[in-house]
Design a protein around this ligand. Structure first.
Ligand code: HEC
Length: 155
């Protein structure tokens, strides 16, 4: 009888421990789901080491803006103000992430220039964010876009 009670207690505490572990993990997944790099882990280090080889002049950034608002179509999804366009109530953002809000300081801090450049080359797998380079923009234009995206920080 005593042995039985002991077993039940042990089982209960195991369930508690597992529930705790699960909720901690879920909390982590929910957080990292937003800011976790879109670059696959095996390519992340290389992507992060990519550096803009051009000097960032006002003219260079302005070319990024012209592309963003024009021929490269970025503003169609991300909005001219970089905040991501509003979507209808039926949009299921759990299966399809929303266009990134570039004015989000946490996102700006989490991403290196190299990772953004990588996204322009490869897209964000499984989302509406397609690859744009080299099909629609050249390598130089991709860096112009990267520097323009940085100008949304704190906007
Ligand atoms: C068809 C809509 C669409 C267009 C056009 C589009 N994007 Fe996106 N973009 C998205 C979506 C959706 C996401 C979110 C993907 C994700 O969360 O992984 C995204 C995410 C991003 C990200 C963030 C990826 C990360 O690492 O978090 C960057 C950078 C980006 N887009 C840049 C651009 C640029 C620059 C252009 C224009 C050349 C562009 N996008 C055009 C839909 C679009």
């Amino acid at each position: 009888m005593n042995q039985h009670i002991l077993n039940v207690k042990r089982r209960t505490s195991l369930v508690t421990v597992f529930t705790l572990i699960l909720s901690v993990q879920l909390g982590f997944i929910a957080y990292s789901g937003e800011l976790k790099s879109r670059v696959p882990p095996d390519q992340l280090q290389e992507a992060q080491s990519l550096k803009n080889p051009y000097s960032v002049t006002k003219e260079f950034v302005d070319k990024g803006r012209i592309l963003y608002e024009g021929r490269a179509f970025c503003s169609v999804c991300h909005g001219r103000d970089g905040q991501g366009l509003p979507v209808g109530p039926d949009y299921d953002s759990s299966s399809q992430p929303l266009p990134t809000n570039f004015t989000d300081g946490a996102w700006q801090t989490a991403r290196s220039d190299g990772e953004i450049f990588w996204i322009l080359k490869n897209g964000s797998h499984g989302t509406d964010m397609a690859a744009f380079m080299p099909q629609y923009v050249s390598e130089k234009e991709a860096w112009q876009l990267v520097t323009y995206l940085r100008s949304f920080q704190g906007a």
